[in-house]
Unconditional design. Structure first.
Length: 276
């Protein structure tokens, strides 16, 4: 397990007290930014419920694991609050993160409940494999989240949004590093875990928010946030492929094809027809 003390030593809620809210109000938010930030706030607010699901399981007795997840949940909670604050300052108020999170969870679709039940069953039957899956899945989600915040920084004209996205992104990169290192450690030398994780990634992977957002909402968010979803998801797949036993895995690209966002797949028939 990665050195949890290094992560705990720098853990803190994201700082927003020094941000220039007058500048944020003056710049405002585009409709695209408003939609992206609302999605981010919704997903960030759900980490509490993901944490609760794991905390109920036997695997949560691992002191380093539960310490990291507690830190992760704490920081993500304040990400949602910071985003909500920015939106309110820019004239796009949303309900408080806590009440919004509870409302979203109470309206969670059947698929989310089935996913929770599957996780509990796998954790009880194959606890070590479940942790390997959790860490690998988390690494993929955190990497895409990092890239999402980078996209906000690179595309906004609002200096306060750019600075807040940088600060949140810095914490997300630490989360990603822990998940990735933990996944590598859990997968190394465990052929059963490698096979199970590969199979579940290839068949069931979705971007963050699948429990509380519809497939159409997820597709719209990805298309709205990333200038080049194929390059972004391809990069994430490459990182996962470097983990033990996951060579060549492409859950992100599979998802893009499934929702019709893989522009290469659409272009191939046209190029073939032109060649003929």
């Amino acid at each position: 397990m990665p050195d949890i003390q290094q992560h705990l030593a720098v853990s803190q809620k994201v700082s927003i007290d020094d941000l220039d809210w007058a500048a944020a109000r003056a710049a405002g938010l585009s409709e695209r930014e408003r939609a992206n930030l609302e999605f981010f706030a919704d997903v960030e607010s759900q980490t509490f419920f993901y944490f609760l699901e794991v905390a109920k399981l036997q695997i949560s007795r691992d002191p380093d694991l539960i310490s990291f997840l507690t830190m992760w949940n704490y920081e993500e909670h304040f990400h949602a609050q910071a985003i909500s604050k920015l939106m309110a300052e820019c004239g796009c108020p949303v309900p408080p993160a806590g009440s919004r999170a509870a409302k979203l969870r109470s309206a969670a679709r059947l698929r989310a409940r089935l996913e929770d039940a599957f996780q509990v069953s796998l954790a009880k039957a194959m606890p070590q494999t479940f942790v390997a899956l959790w860490m690998t899945w988390g690494a993929s989600q955190e990497l895409l989240t990092c890239q999402g915040y980078e996209s906000l920084v690179n595309n906004t004209q609002n200096p306060v949004l750019a600075e807040l996205a940088r600060r949140i992104g810095k914490q997300e990169r630490r989360h990603y590093a822990f998940y990735l290192a933990s996944a590598r450690e859990r997968l190394e030398g465990d052929r059963v875990a490698q096979r199970v994780v590969r199979t579940i990634l290839e068949r069931n992977w979705n971007p963050a928010g699948s429990g509380v957002k519809s497939p159409a909402e997820q597709r719209a968010f990805v298309a709205n946030l990333f200038n080049d979803p194929v390059a972004t998801f391809g990069h994430a797949d490459e990182r996962l492929s470097a983990l033990p036993g996951l060579e060549g895995v492409q859950p992100g690209m599979r998802w893009l094809r499934r929702v019709g966002l893989d522009t290469r797949a659409a272009a191939a028939p046209a190029m073939a027809a032109a060649a003929n």
